[in-house]
Design a protein around this ligand. Sequence first.
Ligand code: ADP
Ligand code: MG
Length: 615
Amino acid sequence: MADIIQLLPDHVANQIAAGEVVQRPASVVKELLENAIDAGASTIKLIVKDAGKTLIQVIDDGKGMSVTDARLSFERHATSKIRTADDLFQLHTKGFRGEALASIAAIAHVELKTKQEQDDVGTTIVIEGSNVASQEVVVTPKGTSISVKNLFFNIPARRNFLKSNTVELRHVIDEFHRVALAHPNISFVLFNNGSESFNLPISNYRQRIVNIFGNKTNEKLVPVEENTEVLKISGFVGKPEFAKKTRGEQYFFVNNRFIKSAYLNHAIASAFDGLLKSGTHPSYFLNLEVDPQTIDINIHPTKTEIKFDDEHTLYALLRSAVKHSLGQFNIAPVLDFERNPNLDTPYDYKSSETRTPKVEVDSSFNPFQEETKSRATTTYKKEPAASWENLYVGLESKGTKTHQDFSEVHFESEESTPSIFDDEKQIEQANTTYQLHNKYIVSTIKSGMLVIDQHRAHQRILYEELLKNMTIKEAVSQQLLFPLQLHFSTQEITIVKQLKDDLENTGFVFSNFNDESLEITGVPISVPESEVSIILEQLISDVENEVPDSNFSATDLLAKSMSKSLAIKTGQSLQKDEQEHLVNKLFACKEPNISPTNRSTFITLSVDELDKKFL
Ligand code: ADP
Ligand code: MG
């Protein structure tokens, strides 16, 4: 048989390499920003259009390239950063693989302009899908500008695989933050669709963090500093009371390179042991400086993972440094910013200076509780459309008899009764509901028994009601006595803005939006004021983390997110009538059997199945 193996042509090899290097616009952003930093730039400008799908441009004032280098920079394995294998263990640059530009040029339209300081004129090169379309002399300032247009133009499958602009832009901004946080000594600007989103002047580290995450961040930061022979640690952790429900603001940099490390993250979490409300995560911005010889960053093409020679020592040092800072902070507060005296007790979650005076809402108040004494004959009538709030706010007392007298409970279901109950004629004796482990509601049906997950069931109920409200725009709102001022970062505000209309349709009333804060004067009747910020935070994080498909809908996402925040939690004990109301409401839903996130809300166990178990 004839020989069949061939060497792949360069442009094919480049496209394959691009698969590893470039997953999405944000990967291009990372590579270009890193190249600009390696070129010694002091000012770097990033311009994106349509979340980078149409254009990503990085302009730097670094050292530029000669004519020959400009051409060579697009070759695979062409790099000025290492020469021998030994150099791999002495890395002081971001790049070293010499693959990024070749890969990017294989899958986009790229235009490079570059000039070195000593030259009068520079070079411009246009490359489209690995083919050099032109190379000319150009008048351009010192430094380099690279524009990458129409990413994945020749790989439709990859292009279609990209997420919505919101999601892709989120990734781009994350990448921008990571790079900007690692280099406060470089000024960065980000333009998105023609408007300036970030302008970060050269500053110290604290100032850089504040410039990115908003002024309110300043008072949340506790400095961490530790110098040992093996390791230097510097940076900040967030005070425990500002811990977030999401892992958003967690940054580790090793020798100015952003890395992810579950192991080191654990070290920090353990330093915060006992100081955090459950389910919250501390913020941190920590730089570790180690000898490049003791780390290996070559294990991942996009280099966010890293191997340390001596992880255990790092873990211990990091944990103790953070613990030390938190302890010190507790007794001797940092004085380099304006303090609110309430903040001097950092482990007291009650105080939050981000709010204007307001009517305190007791978050532990359970509106269900006092209702139960007076209830008995519970006849559920078809309820008006916008009454979903009732379930959360409390059950109205419709009878006068005593609690025990449930034999008279009579269920009248709403419009659509789902199929499994059509022939069962619903829950035959719903007065037999029973709550198991404050988590499941058990009830009987003709064929056997029914076990409902209370949290998921309530999510389903709220979800449908919220969707209905948003569509018919008839939500009831409660006016706040004092407007509620909430602070967010600029991107977070942008997300809330996008959802403003829908939020208003659920009952929120906004009076003021600016770059970093918003003011709320009304909230949906079902939402306790004390939970507004949690709900919005959850919502923002859901939008950020959503991996929407083509039929992504903001309305749907909002309904999902709010139903998750508002639903009765696992662990909450429910009175008999609350259990019944929940069951009844659930089976009045259009899709009672699944939660908004497609999980089962209940299971049934037939007498037959039970019989089998007793065989
Ligand atoms: P790497 O960064 O791994 O070396 P790249 O493909 O990203 O590989 O870049 C190839 C080479 O092109 C770099 O080694 C550098 O010499 C040159 N280069 C790329 N971007 C710039 C820039 N913005 N300024 C100056 N030189 C650059
Ligand atoms: Mg590079």
